[in-house]
Structure formats: C-alpha cells, structure tokens
Design a binder for this molecule. Structure first.
Ligand code: SER
Length: 314
C-alpha cells in the first residue's frame, strides 16, 4: 500500500486517516477525496461524489493508485432519517469502490460496524461469526457490504479487507449522526458546561475505541500478510464496553463535579438496544495482531487534555 485514494476524507474517520497515511506513506502518495472541498490541508485533493463510479475510477487511474480506502457513508441515526438515500449512498458508493478496485487491481478497505448486528445476535462477547439480522437501514447496508467484500475477494480475487468498528471517540472531527456519538459529546459538554444530558439510557452498554487505535488497526490490517487472514473483512475490533455512567465516572476522576443526567432519544436508544453490549475481538488479535493502547481512563485523560488545548486555541 503506497498510492492510496481515500473517499469520505472529511468524515469522522477520513479526516484523521488522511493525515496518518500521509505521515506513513508520504503526502504525495495519498489522494483525499470528498463531496465537499477541503480547505487549508496539505496534499492531493479531488472532489468526488461516491455515487459517480466513472469519476471515482478515473481519479484512481490518473493517480496511479494501488489502494482504495472507502470511508464515505451515512451513519446509523442519519440513515434511519432517510433510508432510501442511505441505501443509495452507502451501497452505491461501496459498489463503485469495489468495481474500481476490481478494474484497476487495487487493494481495498472499508469499515463495517457493530451496527451489522441485531437484536437476535448474542449480546455479550459477540463472536466473530454469528447471527446478523440488524433492524436498521445502516445495519442492512453494513451486512450487505460485508458480504459484497467477501464476494469480490472470492469471485474476483480483489484484496478486500475490513473491520467492524465500535463507536469511535475523537477530539478532531465531530461525528455526524451516529448512535455512539454520546461518547464524544460527553467530553465536550464536561469541559464546556460541567454536565451532560445523555440521549442513551442508563445501563446501555456499547463498545468504543479511541481514534488513534482505530487508525492503527486500519494500517495494521492493510499491512498484514494475506496468508494469515482467514476472515479478511469485517473483523470485530474493540477497546472497551461502556455505558454513559462508566464514561462519566472516568471523567469525574479529572472533573469531580461533573454531572450526568438523561434525556433519552427513543430512536437512537432503540438502535443502541439492538446492538451488542460487548464484542469479541479475538479473531483480529489472532489473525493480524490487533491490539489497542487506550483503555477508557487513558482515553479520557487524553480527550480532556486535547480538548482543553483545542478550546484554548479556538
Ligand atoms: N458509530 C457508528 C454509529 O453510531 C456505528 O458504526 O452510527
């Protein structure tokens, strides 16, 4: 992997992945693309609507890419608000990216999610291979996507790889329209207001991971020896299983007066309740050495420090 086209480069993951890849592989070897223009950023950029497959392929060809990382997608809560649009964007974009990889012989990455599980999935220690009957449009997209990535590998030999990300926490780009976003908002509000009203109910556990660990996982999986990969796509990865109170307790170690209240949003709570409490990442650990650096407390300390710096410079 050394000439990489990224879609959704301004999104929650893409905006940090771009910099990480530029650092590792060289600024000149990364082409960031997004439907919105990027301002004040170093490196190569092109406008791209991922539903335009012809343009996607032309850009990859002109850039002489050997890898495509398809990050553009609508997150879970937004997708519930507009299911048809979500289907067209999430599935249309993915098919265009897979076809680009097939036609040009590119290595391929796209993230799946804990959203690919549903209410009938075992909730605790959710295995790598298990029941997947999601009840959200986002989940339907993710399961179909996982299957398509496997299909393109088996049928066409495309080197497809992917993980199922849990909720991702970062101080850089705020997420847009996810169910796990409370675990980001809570840190902002802790510093800004000293309190947070959670739209996720007390006792609702979901997996989370700090963004630096998520970015490293992408790089490690893409660099892994293909011969070691039994699963290739949709590896369960996680760093912690938390509920709002656990995050609040971790914040209180730095801000003892922090107050957590609840103002539950039925839509996002319904989605959260249909997802696992904690997933099992042992296949990723075994097959490509997946590991994380940040526990909940380590993440909290770093989030609060980095957000304080961010606010100071705002
Ligand atoms: N963080 C995502 C969401 O909440 C899950 O993949 O939609």
């Amino acid at each position: 992997m050394k000439r990489i086209l990224i879609t959704g480069a301004l999104g929650q993951i893409g905006s940090e992945l771009t910099g990480k890849l530029q650092e590792i592989y060289g600024v000149e070897n990364v082409l960031a693309t997004d439907i919105r223009p990027i301002e004040n950023k170093d490196g190569n950029f092109a406008l791209l609507d991922v539903t335009d497959g012809e343009r996607m392929q032309q850009l990859a060809k002109d850039f002489n890419a050997d890898t495509i990382m398809h990050m553009a997608a609508l997150l879970s809560a937004k997708a519930e608000g507009n299911p048809l649009f979500a289907w067209n964007l999430n599935m249309g974009g993915l098919m265009n990216a897979l076809e680009t990889a097939r036609n040009l012989g590119l290595q391929f990455f796209t993230p799946s999610s804990i959203g690919a599980f549903g209410p009938s999935t075992p909730k605790i220690g959710t295995p790598q291979d298990t029941l997947q009957r999601p009840t959200t449009m986002y989940g339907v997209n993710k399961v179909a996507g996982e299957l398509l990535c496997d299909y393109y590998f088996h049928r066409f030999g495309v080197d497809t790889r992917g993980v199922r990300f849990p909720g991702l926490v970062s101080y850089v780009t705020p997420p847009g329209g996810g169910t796990t976003d409370y675990a980001v908002d809570i840190y902002y509000k802790a510093l800004e207001q000293g309190s947070y009203a959670s739209y996720i109910a007390q006792g609702t556990h979901m997996d989370m991971m700090y963004m630096p660990d998520a970015l490293q996982a992408i790089v490690d999986l893409m660099e892994a020896d293909a011969a070691q990969l039994e699963h290739r796509n949709a590896f369960n990865v996680t760093a912690m299983s938390v509920d709002p109170e656990a995050v609040a307790a971790s914040i209180r170690k730095h801000l003892p007066d922090f107050k957590l209240t609840y103002d539950v949003d039925p839509v996002r709570q319904g989605i959260a309740a249909s997802w696992p409490d904690s997933i099992d990442a042992s296949a990723a650990e075994r097959e490509w050495g997946f590991q994380v650096k940040y526990s909940l407390d380590a993440m909290t300390a770093d989030m609060l420090n980095k957000l304080r710096e961010k606010f100071a410079h705002a």
